[in-house]
Design a protein around this ligand. Structure first.
Ligand code: AVI
Length: 322
């Protein structure tokens, strides 16, 4: 029990082949897109942690303040559940939840889930040192792979923080929430962080930080293609672009090629040509309205138990009951 235990899923597909196929599919698509799950290799996860510390990136600190203020109340409402956190990253926000669970006594069981083994190991080591009394098993896999385990973990609170749900396209989000609801038992909980619609200038600053960390995060996807797929992409010819699309209420994040170039991904070895000014979308980050998202989640099988927000109404934490 003293050493962090990490269990790993056994995906059928070789991770390099999975990455290569996904890149080829996305780069031949119209519009060109890359799957954002590939942003989170060891470097990408570390860069994302750095993004969360940028002054413009209000999401993490706003959500952490909401959690700090309401974790005890959340524990009051849920009772002594196990906690499973999807996309745990560094898990720093989780400290507030674990503290509230520990203060009420009884065993506290925590299951962080992350695709990045480096991020997961770091998170487990951190929790182990800050909360030696917490019983923990880290699970390295994609989110959907964990759903079949949930029934065994009941009573459980599934936490999905940081507005990561905003990185899904609307149909994917609904499919995800429906599948989660089906995997949970009645009476289990879902704690969901959502970033709210706000002024364009605040949103665009958050995704275009002065220090250029978000730009490095976007560019890292191409660094990864060079390292893992031997792509030979000229990284100096790639810039980060992020803007708010008010019509869809989302921030669109792309890489822009500033010069024409051709490269080849191995496997499968197909040539890809990018023209000057061509964009490759690497992420969307949706912004939500409470009056719309709550009925949507309720339509997927959850009941809204409590909604917590900050004084500026920039971010919301929704406690949903299955
Ligand atoms: C992980 N996710 C919630 C972040 C977001 O805000 O959509 C990812 C991110 N990409 C650029 N900055 C942050």
């Amino acid at each position: 029990r003293r050493t962090p235990t990490i269990v790993q899923s056994s995906p059928g597909l070789d991770p390099i082949v999975d990455f290569a196929r996904s890149c080829v599919r996305g780069l031949y698509a119209d519009p060109r897109t890359l799957e954002s799950r590939f942003l989170y290799d060891a470097q990408g996860s570390a860069l994302f942690e750095e993004i969360t510390r940028q002054p413009e990136y209000y999401l993490t600190r706003t959500e952490a303040a909401i959690l700090a203020a309401h974790a005890a109340e959340i524990r009051e409402l849920t009772g002594p559940t196990r906690i499973l956190e999807l996309g745990s990253g560094s898990s720093l926000k989780t400290d507030h939840l674990l503290k509230a669970w520990l203060e009420r006594g009884g065993p506290t069981r925590y299951y962080p889930v992350d695709v990045s083994s480096a991020a997961l190991s770091a998170a487990c080591a951190g929790i182990r040192s800050r909360f030696p009394a917490v019983e923990m098993v880290g699970i390295q896999c994609q989110y959907r792979e964990v759903f079949p385990l949930l029934a065994q973990l009941s009573p459980v609170l599934v936490a999905f923080l940081g507005s990561s749900i905003g990185n899904f396209a609307p149909p994917e989000m609904l499919a995800f929430v429906r599948t989660l609801a089906a995997a949970l038992r009645p009476g289990d909980f879902f704690l969901l962080g959502v970033d709210l619609v706000k002024e364009r200038s605040i949103l665009e600053a958050a995704y275009n930080d002065q220090a250029g960390v978000t730009a490095r995060f976007t560019r890292n996807l191409f660094v990864r293609m060079n390292r893992e797929l031997d792509a030979g992409i000229d990284l100096d010819a790639i810039e980060h672009a992020a803007w708010y699309r008010q019509d869809q209420e989302l921030v669109e994040i792309s890489a822009r090629f500033t010069r024409e170039q051709s490269f080849r991904l191995t496997p499968p070895g197909r040539v890809i040509t990018m023209g000057q000014g061509d964009l490759v979308r690497t992420e969307i980050s949706r912004k939500f309205r409470m009056e719309r998202v709550i009925p949507e989640l309720e339509g997927c099988g959850f009941a809204a138990e409590r909604v917590f927000t900050d004084s500026q109404r920039w971010f919301a934490l929704l406690l949903l009951r299955r």
